[in-house]
Design a protein around this ligand. Structure first.
Ligand code: AVJ
Length: 328
């Protein structure tokens, strides 16, 4: 296993504050509809809580996608073929990544992640599971084109982006990401991507507001993180977790709603919220076959195959980076 370039991707000021986190939180809290990007959920506590979420009875996406990877591995392997360098966008899950790698006989595995420590840990675990498979972790922000290691330059590529993480992005950002992936992987590359499906509203709301309150803890942990890392004094108990269905954009939204009038400060800046006002913390877009295909096409990817789980809750799509065709 080789290591990345050792670039420091997380910039900290003299006090050790993550400057991008502070900038996002201060800008987001100053908006009319307060908002903090969902990527900031994942500190150590948040990452552990997300792992707990994936085990909840109400949270079907992880089980549904794993069912597809297990049940359709022969067909997936047939269409992908052996010998590709698998480029995973994100550090990889301990369950889904091995399922894919055992199915397709890849010739290299390249996980891309901005969080170097997590990347190194999950890469060595994976390398131990697949002796003989070259693993080249790259510490990078995959929202932009990534320079892949020279060792995989000549290999055909398969991008892997499971989990419906693309659903966290609004259409414009999702399109930018798909186009960056195309630049990173090159023409002729394949992309295997998970997208959660539109379904009964009550099923969706329950998946994001579970009876045990784990998703509520996950959402509220963002405030705890802000207090700890950005010298905040937000009264966490004054906020309630709420999941909402936004029908215009076909997405679940998570909000932190003020249960009373509150005022607080973060990094020396003061904020006030009236009872009922919220901080918007996450979007989780849900797709149909057509909106999924439309999004892929907008990003330069031609849909090739599509699988769903037995209850049609979740989709896994295979797409190919093809040269753009002119009209018609
Ligand atoms: C990791 C983005 C796929 O949107 O379902 C789970 C995150 N948020 N419960 C999702 C999440 C609340 C999850 N993704």
């Amino acid at each position: 296993m080789t290591t990345g370039k050792g670039l420091k991707l997380v910039e900290r000021d003299a006090r050790g504050v993550d400057t991008a986190f502070r900038a996002d939180v201060l800008a987001g809290l100053a908006e009319e509809q307060k908002a903090v990007p969902a990527r900031w959920f994942y500190d150590d506590a948040g990452s552990r809580l997300f792992e707990d979420i994936t085990q909840l009875p109400e949270y079907y996406p992880t089980r549904a996608e794993t069912e597809i990877l297990r049940g359709r591995s022969a067909q997936i392997a047939e269409l992908i073929g052996p010998g590709r360098a698998v480029v995973e966008f994100g550090s990889g899950s301990s369950v889904k990544t091995p399922l894919l790698l055992s199915a397709i006989e890849p010739s290299a595995y390249v996980p891309l992640d901005i969080a170097g420590d997590f990347l190194r840990a999950s890469s060595s675990a994976l390398a131990a599971k697949f002796p003989g498979l070259p693993v080249y972790p790259v510490e990078a922000d995959f929202m932009r084109r990534v320079e892949l290691p020279a060792e995989v330059a000549a290999l055909p590529k398969l991008g892997f982006f499971p989990g419906s993480t693309i659903g966290n992005m609004i259409a414009r950002t999702a399109t930018d990401l798909l186009r960056s992936m195309r630049e990173t992987l090159g023409e002729g590359a394949l992309l295997l991507i998970g997208m959660d499906l539109v379904k009964d509203k009550q099923v969706l709301l329950a998946a994001y507001d579970d009876a045990a309150g784990v998703t509520a803890q996950f959402n509220l942990n963002l405030l705890t993180r802000i207090n700890r890392e950005l010298a905040g004094d937000i009264p966490v108990d004054a906020f309630a977790h709420e999941a909402r269905w936004n029908d215009t954009y076909a997405r679940i939204e998570m909000h932190l709603v003020a249960r009373q009038d509150v005022s607080f400060s973060v990094s020396g800046q003061s904020f006030a919220m009236a009872v009922g006002e919220s901080i918007h913390t996450e979007n989780s877009h849900k797709f149909t076959r057509r909106t999924a295909n439309m999004l892929l096409a907008a990003g330069g990817w031609e849909p090739r195959a599509r699988w769903t789980d037995s209850e049609e809750r979740f989709s896994l799509l295979l797409a190919e980076a093809r040269p753009p065709r002119s009209a018609p």
